[in-house]
Design a protein around this ligand. Structure first.
Ligand code: FAD
Length: 315
């Protein structure tokens, strides 16, 4: 699309969402945990009471791609940016409610907050989420997990807007079709809220589990700008072990390096480049493929890049 076409997209979105909600060339990269990467041609801060059907009409008329952005803790956005409309769930999406043993929250509620609040309310089963710095919406889309649990284990339902049609529906677990770090949700689906079914427990037990998880993460995972695990674990193995075995710990491409603490973490330098992170991921893939014949699959969502070597191998 030419610049003037994106101006028209932005103008039409202003018509349905208001001027304060829409911004041309809104940066995404600095809002991700990598703190690097480009901008969306148009960015929208979506309020919970926004007219989704009217917004969907605008996206459809302009045939615009859409990217929902949560906490950006699993996103790598190319320096060239995203050719489409990025949507941030904003005002009215960060509520949390505990009803009996049910934990209900809006899309932008943070997982660590939800883990601590449910533990403090005497609910067991969501402690694992304290170490995942994502939003509830992003966690549903990704089927985030850790420490032997994942979203699929306790999610009861999610309220999902289809940004292609404007329809809002309740999705149950069979429809979400969760797998390892995946769900049936596509790029045009926006999780509005979700309900998690927990069990009654002792506050002190849950808080002890949380403390242990926080300590484990500090011991085993690096700091710095990263998105956690870059590649998913191949069946029965660990991507970190394989990358380390390929001799890549500490390996650097420009402003991006493989963590010396955990080889499945890529660290971006301050003021670094998302394209360097991507180039390093491509090199890791190629070296591991050449050495072991294992096709690593990115866990980090890659936005705005030409397809990497992984898609060629997958084909
Ligand atoms: C230090 C660190 C540790 C991590 N540890 C773990 C871990 O142990 N386990 C794990 O699973 N992940 C881990 N992650 C990765 C990340 O936190 C999870 O994938 C998380 O679920 C991403 O949520 P987010 O809100 O940041 O989503 P984003 O990164 O913003 O987006 C990720 C995907 O979800 C989509 N999305 C975001 N919000 C919504 C929404 N409301 N509706 C629909 N789609 C949406 C995006 O379009 C994108 O496709 C870690 C990341 C970091 C930085």
């Amino acid at each position: 699309m030419s610049a003037s076409r994106w101006d028209r997209v932005a103008d039409d979105l202003v018509g349905v969402l208001g001027a304060g909600a829409v911004r041309r060339e809104r940066p995404i990269g600095p809002e991700t945990t990598y703190r690097v990467g480009g901008a969306a041609r148009v960015g929208v801060s979506l309020a919970a009471d926004a007219d989704l059907a009217a917004m969907a009409d605008v996206l459809r008329v302009h045939r615009s791609g859409v990217l929902v952005v949560g906490k950006g803790s699993n996103l790598l956005v190319a320096e060239a940016g995203f050719e489409g409309v990025a949507v941030w769930p904003g005002r009215g999406f960060d509520w949390v409610a505990i009803r009996g043993t049910g934990l209900c929250a809006g899309a932008s509620a943070g997982l660590p907050v939800l883990a601590r609040q449910s533990a403090a309310a005497g609910l067991r089963g969501f402690e694992w989420a304290v170490g995942v710095p994502g939003s509830l919406g992003g966690a549903v889309r990704m089927n985030a997990g850790g420490h032997g649990a994942d979203m699929a284990a306790t999610l009861m339902r999610a309220e999902v807007a289809d940004l292609a049609s404007g329809c809002v529906e309740q999705w149950d677990p069979p429809r979400l079709d969760f797998g390892y770090r995946r769900s049936a949700l596509a790029d045009h689906h926006l999780v509005l809220s979700a309900e998690i079914g927990l069990s009654a427990g002792e506050v002190s037990e849950s808080q002890a589990i949380i403390a242990e998880i926080v300590a484990w993460r500090r011991r085993n995972q690096p700091g710095g700008h990263n998105t956690g695990s870059v590649f998913t674990n191949p069946c029965g193995d660990s991507a970190g072990r394989i990358i380390e075995a390929a001799g890549l710990k500490g390996h650097r491409v420009g402003t991006a390096s493989i963590s010396r603490k955990h080889a499945n973490f890529v660290i971006a330098d301050r003021n670094g480049s998302a394209d360097d992170v991507h180039a390093l991921m491509c090199e890791v893939f190629s070296r591991v493929w050449a050495e072991f014949g294992i096709p690593l699959e990115p866990e980090t969502r890659l936005i705005g890049f030409a397809s990497g070597p992984w898609s060629v191998q997958a084909g």
